[in-house]
Design a protein around this ligand. Structure first.
Ligand SMILES: N[C@@H](CCC(=O)N[C@@H](CS)C(=O)NCC(=O)O)C(=O)O
Length: 205
């Protein structure tokens, strides 16, 4: 498979795909661009948003659709349809968390003006309190150390990546959510992922 990943030069929504590809040891070409170029570059994408991938000459957008496609090929989508549905459920719940933090993210990435500290109190922290306990419970109850009882799945790359951002956003995140830090370490310690995470450049978002 020939893969080119098109995304911004930050982690955000493209990083789960990179972590996944590093873990399965699939080579890929990176086409990264800055926020200033995003509007123009996104015109090339099927949904006019990034990330998108070119796989063997065909274009596919939507982070989760890309991860699902790759997971079916690499067995990171549970052992049957029920597992896959549960993994989808977990990932879609996490997408709700991401969506609820967008007003904060837009200030953090400079897309709009606003007071970051106020947005932390009014948007970010309430979102953490509403959604994160569910993910702590998924890990606690899975018996695998990952989100799902079948073991590592594509959803783990999504959640582990955002935890890095949450640590950057919230000085007290590690103290408030130690279970999530322990979980993230397990994902980041995976072969292929560990070396990549240690060497990648810092990205706030
Ligand atoms: N549903 C899409 C959302 C992608 C998305 O919003 N990407 C942002 C960059 S992180 C973007 O391209 N924004 C431009 C826009 O919304 O016009 C996904 O999950 O991949």
């Amino acid at each position: 498979m020939n893969i080119k990943l098109h995304y911004l030069d930050v982690r955000a929504r493209g990083e789960s795909i990179k972590l996944f590809l590093k873990y399965v040891k699939q080579d890929f070409e990176l086409d990264s661009f800055g926020f200033a170029e995003m509007k123009e570059r996104n015109k090339e994408s099927p949904n006019h948003k990034c990330p998108w991938v070119t796989i063997d000459g065909k274009e596919l957008a939507e982070e989760f659709a890309i991860l699902r496609f790759l997971s079916k090929k690499h067995g990171l989508y549970g052992k049957d349809d029920w597992d896959a549905a549960e993994i989808d459920m977990i990932a879609d719940m996490f997408k709700d968390l991401i969506a609820s933090t967008v007003p904060y993210l837009r200030i953090a990435n400079g897309a709009i003006q606003g007071d970051l500290d106020t947005s932390k109190k009014e948007v970010l922290f309430p979102s953490f309190e509403k959604y994160l306990p569910s993910f702590i419970n998924f890990v606690k109850n899975s018996g695998t150390g990952f989100l799902h009882s079948s073991g590592l799945s594509w959803a783990d790359f999504v959640v582990a990546n955002w935890i890095t951002s949450y640590v950057n956003f919230d000085d007290e995140f590690k103290t408030k959510y130690p279970e999530l830090i322990e979980y993230q370490t397990k994902v980041y310690d995976l072969p292929g992922v560990k070396e990549y995470v240690e060497e990648r450049p810092h990205s706030f978002l």
